[in-house]
Design a protein around this ligand. Structure first.
Ligand code: HEC
Length: 589
């Protein structure tokens, strides 16, 4: 009996356990791996969702949107992980299928922040979506060349605060070499991938940047891009030889941090690893062709072109086309000495967040020319000029070439005898507007703007017969008045007090030292002309193509219409003069 009794408790315990499970039907729920930060939601994300999603996903969903996204934090995180609204938001914004195409574009910084917040830093938007390039990315073999040494240029426990968004941080180093070496391969070291957005390595040829840490939004002045990393980017490696690095030179690692996830206690050690060897084989250097002077008018699409004359034979290897956030397209062509053109690189669907080096090996001969064109869309009320700040614009291809060039930039003025204004009817032109209009050329004026008399605009269609800029007399001393020219094409329509001007001008200005300006100015605006105090002076209040009223002055003299509008020229506002003749066709066409 004793032995039997001793054996009894085991099955009893088992029975008790089974019974216990059976009576409790709700197992402990597994806590979600990612619970997005409520404080980041309150601080920024709520506002982003209201602004960019609220028009469709508001309290009452509109335009076919299946649900509301503005119901507050708790509604977004309710449900099972993977199925919650935040999980769907992260997925649709990371693959850029929301908001739907065609609407107001969402700034990349907003996309980054919302996706990182919703995925706790696990996901980043794919900024290569929409980018079309006709050259392959210049990517490296998996492993570095044999026999190289390495050094790292990286952050050292860099603290990224919980609420830090869109931080550009520069770390400046002195080249850690004791003698001249060749850089053979460059790759990124990614430590905390939740917060690191992209990393660039720049050379600071003038040692203009002090060693150490500094916030540095935009491009450090006078620097050159050597390498750029964004999620998914490969290393960069020279086929043989490399780029010289000398003792005492300064190099800048710029890291773009964005802590959209609100991660706490981040101490980042990301940066760049350089593989280097003795200075043997082909030596590469960098040159950046592109226009140096341009101004992009408000609410317009605008193209500037730079010409780089090749002075001695040169082999191109790879290049990093560079614009800022207004860029839409980038194009380079080689114009051989005999006039034949060859495409070098063509890029549409520009993304500021995705700027790798592309492979475009080609040999150039003295007398050839590299033509670099950038197109931007400026949706702001301000003119955007060339500059290193993120609100400014740039247009360069930072190219590795051999032999190393003596000058870091290359931009020569070129008076193309075939230059014309590129015209196509713009957004405010009536349907059926003529597409084939003659090109007109006019020199710059240094004698002030014409006298204004006013007059009745009436109902008419007007054809542009010339456009120019009235520059101050002093300007004559720093540009060539004989060669500088404005090409133009366009038309206008007047009816009552409504005036539409649809015109394009190509401004070619020769500056000293074979520098120059080659820029395209497109105007397509409809507005109401409100007369001011003086005859022929007033404001033009736009209903299409612009947001802010413009100052306008006009003279109607028989069949000639002269319109004067303020134009931004470099840092100055100068009169832009459009001359039209009354056209025979009826007013609507
Ligand atoms: C112009 C209207 C519009 C805007 C703006 C818009 N959406 Fe949508 N959204 C829709 C429509 C229509 C659908 C349904 C069709 C589809 O799924 O593509 C949808 C579907 C979705 C879905 C899938 C439905 C689900 O719950 O799985 C998500 C997620 C989403 N949107 C997120 C967003 C986010 C985030 C924003 C703002 C960044 C946004 N949407 C902005 C119209 C819009």
């Amino acid at each position: 009996m004793v032995a039997h009794a001793a054996r009894l408790p085991i099955p009893l315990i088992v029975l008790a356990l089974v019974a216990g499970c059976g009576t409790d039907p709700t197992p402990e729920p597994t806590p979600p791996d990612c619970v997005p930060s409520a404080s980041v939601f309150k601080a920024v994300v709520q506002d982003h969702i209201d602004t960019h999603c609220g028009s469709c996903h508001g309290a009452t969903p509109q335009f076919g949107a299946p649900n509301t996204l503005t119901g507050g934090y708790d509604s977004l995180i309710a449900g099972d992980e993977g199925e919650r609204l935040i999980d769907r938001i992260a997925a649709r914004m990371a693959n850029k299928t929301m908001p739907p195409a065609g609407g107001e574009p969402v700034p990349h910084q907003v996309q980054d922040t919302v996706v990182e917040w919703a995925s706790c830093g696990a996901k980043h938007p794919d900024h290569s979506i929409g980018l079309v390039v006709d050259r392959p990315v210049f990517s490296a073999p998996k492993s570095p060349p044999a026999g190289t040494e390495t050094f790292d240029l990286k952050a050292d426990q860099f603290a990224v605060a919980e609420d830090e968004l869109d931080l550009y941080q520069c770390f400046t180093f002195e080249a850690p070499v004791k003698e001249d070496r060749f850089i053979q391969r460059i790759e990124a070291i990614i430590d905390d991938s939740r917060v690191v957005h992209h990393i660039v390595l720049l050379k600071d040829p003038k040692n203009a940047y002090a060693l150490g840490l500094k916030k540095c939004k935009g491009m450090p002045a006078d620097s050159q891009y050597l390498y750029a990393w964004a999620p998914g980017a490969a290393a960069l490696q020279f086929p043989e030889g490399g780029a010289r690095i000398k003792p005492g030179e300064h190099y800048i690692v710029q890291i773009h941090y964005n802590n959209g996830a609100g991660a706490k206690g981040v101490k980042d050690n990301s940066g760049i690893r350089v593989h280097h060897g003795p200075p043997k084989g082909t030596e590469y250097g960098m040159v950046a062709p592109g226009p140096l002077v341009f101004a992009i008018p408000p609410h317009s699409t605008f193209t500037a072109t730079g010409h780089c004359k090749v002075k001695s034979d040169l082999t191109l290897l790879a290049g990093m086309p560079h614009m800022h956030e207004n860029g839409t397209a980038f194009k380079q062509e080689i114009v051989r000495a005999d006039g034949t053109r060859e495409p070098l690189i063509n890029l549409t669907g520009w993304s500021f967040e995705m700027q790798p080096f592309y492979h475009h090996p080609v040999t150039l001969k003295a007398g050839d020319r590299v033509e670099t064109s950038c197109t931007w869309r400026n949706d702001t009320d301000d003119t955007v000029s060339m500059g290193t700040g993120t609100a400014d614009e740039m247009c360069f291809n930072f190219m590795f070439v051999t032999p190393p060039p003596s000058e870091p930039y290359c931009n020569d003025f070129l008076l193309d005898p075939k230059a014309e204004a590129p015209y196509a009817p713009g957004t405010c032109a009536p349907t059926g507007a003529s597409k084939t209009l003659p090109n007109h050329s006019q020199k710059l004026l240094f004698t002030g703007a014409p006298d204004i008399k006013g007059g009745d605009l009436g109902t008419a269609r007007w054809e542009l017969t010339g456009a120019t800029l009235a520059l101050p007399g002093l300007a004559k001393t720093y540009m060539n008045p004989d060669t500088s020219v404005v090409h133009s094409r366009g038309q206008a329509w007047s009816e009552g007090d409504t005036l539409t001007i649809d015109a394009a001008a190509r401004i070619l200005i020769e500056l000293p030292n074979s520098q120059g300006i080659d820029s395209v100015d497109v105007l397509s605006v409809t507005g109401t002309v409100k007369p001011g105090k003086k005859a022929g002076e007033g404001t033009w209040e736009p209903s299409c193509g612009a947001k802010k009223p413009k100052n306008i002055r006009w003279t109607v003299d028989g069949d000639t219409l002269t319109v004067v509008l303020d134009k931004q020229f470099s840092q100055f506002t100068v009169p832009g003069i459009y001359t039209f003749k009354r056209a025979a066709t009826d007013a609507s066409k």
